[in-house]
Design a protein around this ligand. Structure first.
Ligand code: ZN
Length: 264
């Protein structure tokens, strides 16, 4: 019995010292979100191409109003349901025009566009591997009138539905992936219809900072490398946080937090 207690105490001491070695994590988002295990912050663009066989494992049929019958990732479906319902309450009826696109589909679309455009890339169709649609998290959302149009253009941004999405989509975990004033960064024309799911916390942060996904990615990657330069070990941090529950149990006379570490 004594031995077990001692071993437990040693483990606790070891964990607490390992914990203390890490520099403080002060980034506004939890490290688990940046660890990106679900892929919700995955960046795809011309500089960061997705593999030919990159395909999310939880794709399912769209549950909301649509004109395509495409697939989308499970969590996006739920977020879309909540957003569509809220939009409708405000008098905006939304339709999905396009959701998940495989590498192969994008490949075909890109080269068809090139052919139509005399071999020139006009920035309207993404290069294969560079499309946000391949993540299963990017969707094109329109109003009914625009689902009937042949091509898309920035004038959709003047529609009530587009204005509603620009104002409210972050409340459901989405961002406008290709913003009007970020064309020089995203290298993609303004697309007020293209929403991208990043999860609630990230969407709120990006909205607050008015970040494109490229800027957000740079922001957290710089923070992480600075944190690591100060001696932080990200993998260890994640391991410790998964294992240890830190509870503040009181304060010492000089105001220091007294914590109790316990395993989940
Ligand atoms: Zn799109």
């Amino acid at each position: 019995m004594k031995k077990i207690l001692l071993a437990g105490l040693m483990l606790l001491l070891f964990c607490s010292s390992a914990w203390a070695e890490q520099p403080e994590w002060t980034y506004p988002l939890e490290p688990e979100i940046l660890a990106n295990t679900e892929g919700y912050i995955t960046l795809a663009n011309k500089d960061v191409l997705l593999d030919e066989d990159y395909e999310p494992q939880d794709l399912e049929k769209l549950k909301v109003r649509n004109v395509v019958d495409d697939l989308v990732r499970e969590e996006v479906n739920d977020a879309l349901e909540a957003m569509f319902a809220a939009a409708e309450e405000d008098g905006c009826k939304l339709y999905v025009k396009s959701a998940y696109r495989s590498y192969q589909t994008q490949h075909t679309m890109y080269f068809n566009r090139l052919e139509k455009n005399n071999g020139k890339d006009d920035g309207w169709v993404s290069y294969p591997g560079a499309s946000d649609h391949q993540t299963g998290l990017g969707i094109d959302v329109l109003n009914y009138a625009w689902t009937k149009k042949e091509g898309m253009n920035e004038k959709f941004g003047l529609e009530e539905e587009a204005k509603w999405m620009a104002e409210h989509c972050w409340e459901y975990g989405f961002v406008i992936r290709y913003m009007e004033d970020k064309e020089d960064i995203t290298k993609i024309n303004y697309e007020p219809w293209h929403l991208r799911y990043v999860g609630l916390e990230v969407a709120r942060y990006m909205q607050e900072k008015h970040f494109s996904l490229e800027e957000f990615t740079e922001d957290w990657q710089i923070y992480l490398s600075d944190w690591e330069a100060q001696g932080g070990n990200f993998k260890e941090l994640l391991k410790e946080r998964a294992k240890i529950n830190v509870t503040v149990v009181g304060y010492s006379e000089d105001g220091e937090e007294e914590v109790m570490l316990s395993h989940w």
